[in-house]
Write a protein that binds this ligand. Structure first.
Ligand code: DHK
Length: 148
């Protein structure tokens, strides 16, 4: 049994570092993955950091996590699927562990098509606009919630 936090990243987040750095910052996804691994370890968890450009793959990963007791919490930056994916929303509903939504930017301060989130209603917290720090805040928040 290894207490694991699943950290899911959706489409185009593999392009971080070169993708619109004025909005998403200079860190690459692998930089963020390393920060998350350290933060998870410090909090007593294993970090399982993943990215996919495919909605169905994200759905499958969430379904698998819902049936695996090792997964104690899930952090989701679903990228654009945040604003469109009922399928991902339905998969997240299968989870009995706590969920935190993260975005590097603040979608509410951007185009109106980013103002709807299909993840937010299922998350106990949404952390937006803090860049990579948002992932670290999410790990800390999950660890605190899970220790209660
Ligand atoms: C990332 C994306 O790819 C966008 O589609 C979202 C989110 C915002 C982020 O800020 O991390 O609208």
């Amino acid at each position: 049994m290894s207490k694991t936090i699943l950290i899911l990243n959706g489409p185009n987040l593999n392009m971080l570092g070169t993708r619109e750095p004025g909005i998403y910052g200079a860190s690459s996804l692998s930089d963020i993955g390393k920060l998350c691994a350290e933060a998870c370890e410090k909090a007593g968890f294993k970090g399982d950091f993943r990215q996919s450009n495919h909605e169905g793959e994200l759905v499958t990963w969430v379904q698998q996590a819902s049936q695996d007791a090792n997964f104690k919490g899930v952090i989701v930056n679903a990228g654009a699927y945040t604003h469109t994916s009922v399928a991902l929303h339905d998969a997240l509903r299968l989870l009995s562990c706590p969920i935190v939504e993260v975005h590097l930017s603040n979608p509410m301060a951007r185009e109106s098509f980013r103002h709807t989130s299909y993840v937010a209603p299922l998350a106990f917290a949404s952390i937006c606009g803090l860049g990579p720090t948002g992932y670290l805040v999410a790990i800390e928040a999950l660890a605190k919630k899970l220790s209660n």
